[in-house]
Design a protein around this ligand. Structure first.
Ligand code: UD1
Ligand code: CA
Length: 454
């Protein structure tokens, strides 16, 4: 049977105290709603519809490329109202799965049993037992243990509030049946809303089987209503991710101090020390060691390379056997060849650094092509920007740039050239020669320091 998935995401999220719709808040670098959409996609439905409302076009605009259909619920009259809007043209012989845009960690495998039960004609609810069920809708069963209705916390009697089996909100049902019950909902309740949950009593009265199924893990149904809950789910998710990586052989010094906000591929014997943040797509070759306090975003790092503490590396490529840091900053389009060393307080931007070259201390290299086995001294910089345009610097193989040089681009330093310390180089420096561009040192004989008159 065809499956359609509806994600409810129109609510404001008052307790987030934010102008931004709740479902756009990020967990592990992706919005809550993107997590839910990814889960939905894994179930291969024929379509995914997202009901949005609070914050207007912000949600569809933020997720413009998502393969979903957007349904506007201009005023939030409840979960039943939201689903009714989304189901107007869903065919009766379809299965519908309802997810919440603020419940980010549900696993597809936990949803499949619900879909199977719905395919057998049941209205399938995801429920869990909670020691503290306050705030949730409670699952009410008859003496035979059959689910007969859901009562919302605000409408519940003290006896009903004592029930500990709660409604997670996630459900699956045949579309035709669901539509019939949604049409019959009223808003005569404590919140004046059309409760999707009231469909359960209507279905039960019709003799429809109501199935209650539980996820493998409790956190799969946890929603985000506050910054505290967001942080809790972030930690749970990071722990899961860290566990998955360690299961595949990654060494994490402390999985509680590791954050992956994207994807990480890694070879054998990779070691990651504490407080490392990985963003985007990162690939670490065999034997890579990442020291503490590093941020790695969208980069590839070759085998055996060591990243010492406190580096920020973004959108770049680093070869094998390199030593980077501590305190290095590799900006977009840095391309570091095998065996190169990039040391402390060095910034590299849009530059190729050839194999075996060393930029060890306090340097800026931007818009440059640096050959093999070049040495760049402490405090040397490429002056690549004239206030209007960027210009390139070329430093050929085996060149040596002394400390505190300024290479004013565009300029070329030839093969094997040496540039004396403190030079300001504005013209090309020829291969194999020493070029010095600085005032000559003079000594003034007999000069006396002025003294104060008594
Ligand atoms: C709902 C359930 C409750 C369940 C709880 C689990 C109903 C009536 N109650 O309650 O049984 O225990 O979830 O968290 O369904 N939404 C819309 N449009 C609306 C209202 C809500 O899109 O008009 C969306 C929200 O953005 C959210 C989801 O539906 O993603 C749930 O809404 P929320 O207000 O959190 O429902 P609860 O009152 O918590
Ligand atoms: Ca809620």
């Amino acid at each position: 049977m065809k499956l359609d998935i509806v994600i409810l995401a129109a609510g404001k999220g008052t307790r987030m105290y934010s102008e931004r719709p709740k479902v756009l808040h990020a967990l592990a670098g992706r919005s809550l709603l993107v997590h839910v959409i990814d889960c939905a996609r894994a179930l291969e439905p024929s379509r995914i519809r997202v009901v949005y409302g609070f914050g207007g076009r912000q949600v569809p605009e933020a997720l413009a490329d998502a393969p979903v259909e957007w349904v506007l619920q201009a005023e939030q009259h409840g979960t039943g109202h939201a689903l009714r809007l989304a189901m107007t043209d869903i065919a009766d012989d379809t299965l519908v799965l309802v997810l919440y845009g603020d419940v980010p960690l549900t696993r597809p495998a936990s949803l499949r049993p619900l879909i199977d039960a719905a395919a057998d004609g049941a209205l399938a609810l995801m429920t869990v037992e909670l020691a503290d069920p306050a705030g949730y809708g409670r699952i009410v069963r008859d003496r035979a243990g059959r689910i007969v209705r859901i009562v919302e916390h605000k409408d519940a009697t003290p006896a009903e509030r004592a029930l500990t089996e709660i409604n997670t909100g996630i459900l699956a049902a045949p579309a035709g049946r669901l539509k019939k019950y949604l049409a019959a909902l009223t808003n005569a309740n404590a919140q004046g809303e059309y409760y999707l949950t009231d469909a359960v009593a209507l279905a039960a009265a019709d003799g429809v089987k109501i199935a209650g199924l539980s996820p493998a893990d409790r956190w799969e149904i946890m929603g985000v209503n506050s910054k505290t809950q967001l942080a809790e789910l972030e930690r749970i998710h990071q722990r899961q991710q860290g566990q998955g990586l360690m299961d595949k052989g990654l060494t994490l010094s402390d999985p509680a101090r590791f954050d992956l906000r994207g994807t990480l591929e890694f070879g054998a014997d990779v070691v990651i020390d504490v407080n490392v943040v990985i963003e985007g797509r990162v690939t670490l070759g065999d034997g890579v060691r990442v020291g503490p306090n590093n941020v790695l975003k969208d980069c590839r790092i070759g085998a055996g390379t060591e990243i010492l503490a406190n580096c920020v590396i973004e959108d770049c490529q680093i070869g094998a056997g390199c030593r980077i840091g501590p305190f290095a900053r590799l900006r977009p389009e840095a391309d570091v060849g095998d065996g190169a060393h990039i040391g402390n307080f060095v910034e590299i931007k849009k530059s190729r650094i050839g194999a075996g070259s060393k930029v060890n201390h306090l340097a800026y290299v931007g818009d440059s092509s640096i050959g093999r086995d070049v040495n760049i001294g402490a405090g040397a910089i490429t002056a690549n920007y004239d206030g209007a345009d960027k210009h390139r610097t070329q430093i050929e193989d085996n060149a040596s740039i002394g400390s505190n040089c300024v290479l004013v681009a565009p300029v070329t330093i030839g093969v094997g050239a040496t540039v004396g310390a403190g030079s300001v180089i504005t013209k090309d420096a020829p291969s194999g020669e020493l070029t010095v561009a600085r005032a000559k040192q003079v000594t003034i004989p007999g000069w006396k320091r002025p003294t104060k008159k008594k």
